[in-house]
Design a protein around this ligand. Structure first.
Ligand code: PLP
Length: 354
């Protein structure tokens, strides 16, 4: 398929690298294509970033049939731009899409489209330490229809946002809040899909956590309200004794690309990684007997996010001395070194943007 390009008449002024924040600024162009049953995915185009026309009856607005992805492009010291495991994101998008009854994407074509857009927007990849260009591929249901069924038509788009460090505190430990009242996903639900409704479902508990002085919610499973699943929109790791433990993928946990990268790195360092159920009671017991050494989250936005404090059932514990643990620091340093092209990439994770 030929991608048509319509360039913006006027280009925006770039924000200062030091004031980027997360998800506030968007580049000059976006990639868009549409789906109709008789045409398949068609009309792939790069056009100026701007408002999109849609009907108020568009199905996505009523029934939440929407999926997205998140990955980053990094500026390297040699002046290049590179992606981290982009194929894994595109594959996951197809898994999310299947769960949400959406038509599959051609993975090679989506990668080609992403690279084409990035080549055009290369100048938008910020250069300051810790900054990157966040890439947000999305699919929405566009049928103008308010009865419940999967949409027949869809729109796929990719937008780009230059971003600073995800957490305002930077690479500092976060305080997390555990709730046994609210859940983000349930057994048999859509927790493992990157679909809009999961995030809507997480807002209320996150608001309560924020009001109590905590940054993120640690989600427990939706069946027993006992086993740890994720933190905010990150996967979660515990260092207990000399093991690195992370909840096993059970259908309600999002299968993070960063999670998988942490597991592969840890194994390459000779660290024992265990994917299994871990209850919040076990975490508190390990803290009480001194074997809980570190807790950290993993995700594209934050890469690694050390956890300093956890509050559950009115009891707050401090992990280690409340600072950044050595393993969290090592994962952060090694992963970001690969992402920014400062270290070898023995895993073949990097893809240069032509
Ligand atoms: C995106 C996401 C993650 C992290 O996935 P990465 O591929 O590592 O960015 C974890 N949990 C949830 C709920 C997510 O949406």
């Amino acid at each position: 398929m030929e991608i048509t390009i319509k360039k913006a008449d006027t280009l925006k002024e770039h924000p200062d690298d030091s004031s980027l924040g997360f998800g506030t600024y968007f580049t000059d162009h976006m990639f868009v294509m549409d789906y109709a049953p008789e045409k398949g995915w068609h009309d792939p185009r790069i056009e100026p970033y701007g408002p999109m026309e849609m009907y108020p009856s568009s199905m996505v607005l009523h029934y939440g049939q929407a999926i997205f992805e998140g990955l980053k492009a990094y500026h390297t010291d040699s002046g290049g731009v590179q992606l981290f495991r982009p194929r894994d994101n595109i594959k996951r998008m197809n898994r999310s899409g299947e769960r949400l009854c959406m038509p599959p994407l051609d993975e090679d074509f989506v990668l080609e489209a992403m690279l084409e857009l990035l080549k055009l927007e290369k100048g938008w990849v910020p250069k300051a330490d810790g900054t990157s260009l966040y890439i947000r591929p999305t699919i929405i249901a566009t049928d103008p229809y308010i009865g419940l069924r999967p949409s027949f038509t869809y729109r796929f788009f990719i937008i780009l946002s230059p971003v600073g460090a995800y957490y305002p505190e930077g690479f500092d430990p976060v305080k997390i809040w555990v709730t046994s009242k609210y859940v983000r996903a349930v057994r048999g639900g859509v927790g493992e899909a990157k679909t809009a409704g999961n995030y809507a479902a997480s807002l209320y508990a996150t608001k309560l956590a924020n009001e109590d002085g905590y940054t993120q919610v640690m989600w427990l499973d939706g069946v027993d309200l006992k086993y740890v699943e994720e933190v905010g929109s990150m996967n979660i790791f515990f260092v207990i004794g000399d093991e690195l433990i992370t909840p096993e993928l059970n259908g309600s946990i999002l299968s993070g690309v960063t999670r998988d990268s942490v597991i592969q790195l840890a194994e390459s360092w000779g660290i024992k990684v265990v994917e299994r159920k871990i209850s919040i009671d076990e975490v508190y017991a390990a803290h009480a007997d001194g074997s809980l050494k570190e807790v950290f989250g993993s995700g594209t936005a934050a890469v690694i996010s050390p956890v300093g404090n956890i509050k559950f059932d009115g009891k707050e514990i401090t992990i280690g001395d409340g600072g950044v643990g050595p393993l969290a620091a090592r994962f952060f340093n090694d992963l970001t070194a690969i992402q920014y092209g400062k270290a070898e990439d023995p895993f073949n994770w990097i893809m240069p943007v032509g």
